[in-house]
Unconditional design. Structure first.
Length: 551
């Protein structure tokens, strides 16, 4: 263990290590050289002094002892190494770093903004070259140094000249993740303008954070974000929307009861944006007997309940919702399949979770705390100690939506993107010869339609568990899974309900004729009203899901 620690220290301080080694070897060679030459009366002390004066001494090439020749060169390189270090760190650090970035950075990652999201991204991309841009030096800068990020630049992130320093044109991926939505849009616009003047083999992928979900919906229809161009492939993401979607997917076995034939009853504490995201991702689900999920919302503020009903008037079409102003009382008299704590204050969320656990006096149901804080002190409660009941031991689980979002962006996106493109191609219009009638390839459709395809693929995690009792990605069974008849139709109905709920939440409404410009959809109707042709699209989605389960 001590050896490993020493090696890590040496790798971290490699400049100083090389300099000290050169000095030690140089002086050792000088002392031995003078002793060998018998030039000093007091051998050790005088040899050390004479070694310091090596550059003043004049030797004929034939006369100089080999040890002194080695010492001269070693000390010369030590002096040269020290001079180089001084130049790099004191005299011209920016100039030299600019040269290094200009000629060595290709296919690197640029992160605009320095915050918790940045640190998570850096951890995920630890083996890649990264340049972090920030508006000012802040508390996260020291953490970047610990994580080994060498290029951290401060300046105006929307300034094209500043973006050029980060070699945006040669980057492979850009994340725009400042805390300000307006600033993120400005930065993305500057990146787009900067790239317009070049010619590229492939479009630069750019993920832009928008915290306001309603603003994100509007921006998806803007010229900047709606379509991919030959130089920029933009994608908007929202922490609550993305993180909770994939947080629910990965924790679906903790949400639904073991007896999947019973319609689950779910308690939601706190009517926040997190709670809204939970509903938008679960309300469309049904049991395989086509029973709706039942939700109970515990919220003390009646105004929040009124606004929630006004904002989501269509939710009663999808699920049963009850309201209460006392979460403790409802826990005493009811048995829930799972409980979501969606409070914005994390300390209050933990207190509420522990209070509910004590009121129920049982380790079931599972309690999930939806958290949006990366710097999580909640993990203190989960440290394994003998004789101490941790939150996990009490079946209280943390769903960190920041981590889930980063995990999706970094790891899940390529696979989901591939399957989303396959799904899109399945229902493109074709003529009698099987040729596509429109130029609507996946890369040419709007960001909103792309996200619809991605959401369909992501929802397979929920449907798979509802249908089979196993999470997607578990070891393959000996016999392939086959859905036919009523089960296949039930899953197709869930897909149609998911699509309807997604459209409603993005501002679409039902109408006689489809119009994408005004968000009018003629298929926003119940399953029984759909034509067989339209139903076939949902059946195709289930067949794709079946292939995913069996692959």
């Amino acid at each position: 263990m001590h050896y490993i620690v020493k090696m890590k220290y040496l790798r971290k301080h490699w400049w100083e290590t090389i300099f000290i080694c050169l000095l030690i070897l140089g002086f050792t060679s000088g002392i031995l050289g003078f002793i060998e030459a018998n030039e000093t009366k007091h051998k050790l002390v005088d040899s050390l002094y004479e070694t310091f004066r090596l550059f003043e001494r004049k030797y004929h090439s034939k006369d100089i002892p080999s040890g002194l020749r080695v010492a001269q060169w070693l000390l010369f390189f030590a002096f040269l190494w020290l001079s180089l270090k001084i130049i790099i760190t004191i005299i011209a650090p920016n100039f030299l770093s600019d040269i290094w970035v200009r000629y060595s950075f290709r296919k690197h990652i640029v992160i605009c903004g320095l915050n918790e999201i940045t640190l998570l991204l850096v951890s995920e991309y630890k083996d890649r070259k990264i340049i972090v841009l920030a508006e000012e030096y802040n508390k996260y800068a020291e953490s970047l140094k610990i994580k080994g990020v060498k290029f951290f630049l401060c300046g105006d992130l929307s300034d094209k000249a500043f973006l050029r320093k980060a070699r945006i044109k040669t980057a492979s991926l850009v994340y725009v993740v400042t805390e300000n939505d307006k600033k993120n849009v400005e930065i993305t616009r500057s990146i787009s303008a900067l790239l317009k003047k070049g010619h590229y083999a492939e479009a630069l992928k750019c993920y832009t954070l928008i915290k306001d979900r309603e603003l994100k919906i509007l921006l998806e229809e803007s010229a900047l974000f709606k379509y991919r161009t030959e130089f920029l492939d933009p994608a908007l993401f929202n922490i609550n929307e993305t993180g909770i979607k994939y947080g629910l997917n990965t924790n679906i076995d903790k949400i639904l009861p073991e007896n999947r034939k019973v319609a689950p009853s779910i308690l939601v504490i706190g009517l926040t944006e997190k709670a809204e995201a939970v509903f938008l991702n679960l309300a469309h689900c049904m049991t395989m007997k086509r029973e709706f999920f039942r939700f109970t919302i515990a919220e003390e503020d009646p105004e929040k309940i009124r606004l929630f009903k006004k904002k989501y008037p269509y939710l009663p079409e999808f699920t049963e919702i009850d309201y209460t102003d006392n979460g403790d009382e409802v826990c005493k008299g009811n048995r829930f399949s799972s409980v979501f704590i969606c409070l914005d204050n994390q300390i209050e969320a933990v207190k509420t979770a522990l209070s509910i656990r004590c009121l129920i006096a049982d380790n079931l149901p599972n309690i999930l705390i939806i958290s949006g804080e990366s710097e999580n002190w909640i993990e203190v409660f989960n440290e394994e100690e003998i004789g101490i009941l941790t939150l996990k031991n009490r079946n209280i689980f943390l769903v960190d939506i920041l981590e889930e979002t980063i995990r999706y962006l970094v790891k899940s996106d390529p696979e989901i993107e591939r399957l989303a493109e396959i799904a899109h191609n399945h229902w493109r219009e074709k003529d009698e010869q099987g040729n596509y009638t429109k130029n609507d390839e996946y890369n040419t459709i709007s960001g909103h339609l792309k996200q619809t395809n991605r959401n369909q693929i992501a929802d397979n995690y929920l449907r798979t568990f509802i249908a089979t009792g196993q999470k997607l990605g578990t070891p393959k069974r000996n016999d392939p899974v086959v859905f036919s008849g009523e089960d296949r139709e039930t899953l197709a109905m869930m897909e149609h309900r998911r699509w309807m709920l997604e459209k409603y939440s993005n501002g679409w409404h039902s109408g006689g004729k489809r119009n994408d410009d005004f968000k009018i959809q003629n298929n926003l109707v119940s399953w029984g009203t759909l034509t067989e042709k339209e139903k076939e699209k949902d059946f195709v989605a289930i067949d794709l899901m079946t292939n995913m389960i069996n692959s």
